[in-house]
Ligand binder design. Structure first.
Ligand code: AR6
Length: 173
């Protein structure tokens, strides 16, 4: 796996479902009951007990986050957050995406989870521009890490070359 380390922020290219970390973040929808993209991959890898726990959660609002166990994943937990659908940028999309990262990082802190891995929330099916989404992910994470000792490390997981390049440039600035 390609990998870049930058103090407490790391970038890797690959499949988030394979990572041995305290928590991986899922780009879910409001139902929290599964869908396509990374959500489907996570449910498939974690197994049906994840769906059963998600049924109890009563959904999740856009910009918020909820936590479950990781079940068959190597990751001990999953934080499910719901990103905004991109409608051109004038519908609070940037604030809502920032809120996804803040809510997820707060939940990780509350549960004393030291390593957290994020996919590019909203950058697939939900159509958020990848470069703007990466900038938000990076800025929100950097700010949170500056003010909090936990999580100790944030890992951005790029699934494709384009996303990897976008994050690489941000981390190497
Ligand atoms: N590991 C890491 N990243 C991945 C993986 C993976 N295994 N699979 C896809 N990605 P998306 P969204 C990347 O569409 O845009 C679902 O149906 C992908 O390349 O999964 O937030 C939900 O249920 C992209 O950069 O999530 C919702 O209905 C990023 O993950 C809706 O899609 C996010 O793409 C959410 O849309």
């Amino acid at each position: 796996m390609e990998k870049i380390c930058n103090d407490r922020i790391e970038l890797i290219k690959g499949d988030i479902t394979t990572l041995d970390v305290d928590v991986i973040v899922n780009a879910a929808n409001n139902s929290l009951l599964g869908g396509g993209g990374v959500d489907r991959a996570i449910h498939k890898a974690a197994g049906p007990d994840l769906y059963s726990e998600c049924l109890e959660l009563d959904g999740c609002k856009t910009g918020e986050a909820k936590i479950t166990k990781g079940y068959k994943l190597k990751a001990r937990h999953i934080i499910h957050t719901v990103g905004p659908v991109w409608h051109g940028g004038k519908n609070s999309e940037t604030d809502l995406l920032a809120s996804c990262y803040q809510s997820s990082l707060k939940l990780a802190k509350k549960n004393n989870l030291k390593t957290i891995a994020f996919p590019g929330i909203s950058t697939g099916m939900y159509g958020f521009p990848k470069d703007l989404a990466a900038l938000i992910a990076y800025n929100e994470s950097k700010r949170f890490l500056k003010n909090n000792p936990v999580p100790e490390k944030v890992i951005f997981v790029a699934f494709d070359d384009e996303s990897y390049e976008i994050y690489r440039k941000l981390l190497n600035r």
